[in-house]
Design a protein. Structure first.
Length: 229
């Protein structure tokens, strides 16, 4: 590693008050308030099938899930609708061609298929301008403890994830590695009424070491909703 790269990593860790594990380029941040727990975990990976190509293998086997690809197309668990459709917010300039094709950071598996079936497709990616991003809701329809997992990736572009329940909101920051970055956001919450609805917002939020301050590359990969028993 060059002296400049070492300085950037050290400065980044210090400025965000996070410790970067250079062995696998991962990091975890947890924020808790208003009965909501938000976790951000990121992994760096490379697109040349190198050491960091896939962060994880993910089984989509929860109460509801969706896998996203192409121009905001998706595959979802049939016959359920706990997760709403994902709405794009702000100015998103869709990526319609790429020499790297599908740049997703994880491999996803579900009953009857996997993300490998879509390896010839582009990721559901965009150059997001300003603080644009994605928004969706989760409606459990009953009381209980639940978890939402949101999977995204980016290239040198930070973001925030905000979860709101009963008009109380909590935000966690997603930081970046110095490769492509796969991000898993976990949201834990308790539903006390069948009418409770969790609102989740993913928004680009530039910080010191982002490649550009006015726009950045982001992609939506998958969402999963599960009950904690």
């Amino acid at each position: 590693m060059s002296v400049l790269a070492m300085w950037l990593v050290a400065s980044f860790a210090h400025s965000s008050e996070l410790v970067v594990d250079l062995n696998n380029l991962s990091n975890v941040t947890e924020v808790e308030s208003y009965g909501l727990t938000l976790i951000s975990e990121f992994h760096g990976y490379e697109l040349d099938e190198g050491r960091y190509r896939y962060a994880n293998d993910v089984d989509l086997d929860g109460l509801d899930w969706s896998f996203w690809y192409g121009e905001h197309q998706h595959i979802a668990k049939p016959e359920v609708s706990y997760i709403s459709n994902v709405r794009e917010t702000g100015n998103l300039e869709k990526v319609k061609n790429s020499t790297t094709k599908n740049a997703i950071g994880n491999r996803y598996y579900w009953d009857g298929g996997s993300s490998l079936d879509y390896s010839d497709q582009l990721a559901d990616s965009a150059i997001i301008h300003g603080n644009g991003g994605y928004e969706f809701t989760v409606t459990p329809g009953k009381e209980g403890d639940f978890v939402v997992e949101l999977y995204t990736h980016n290239w040198l572009s930070s973001s925030d994830v905000t979860a709101c329940l009963k008009n109380q909101c909590t935000t966690v920051q997603n930081d970046i590695s110095f490769h492509m970055t796969s991000v898993k956001n976990t949201i834990r919450f308790q539903s006390t009424s069948p009418d409770d609805q969790l609102v989740v917002t993913y928004s680009r939020s530039p910080r010191q070491f982002d490649f550009q301050q006015d726009k950045g590359y982001h992609a939506l990969e998958a969402i999963q909703f599960m009950e904690v028993r």
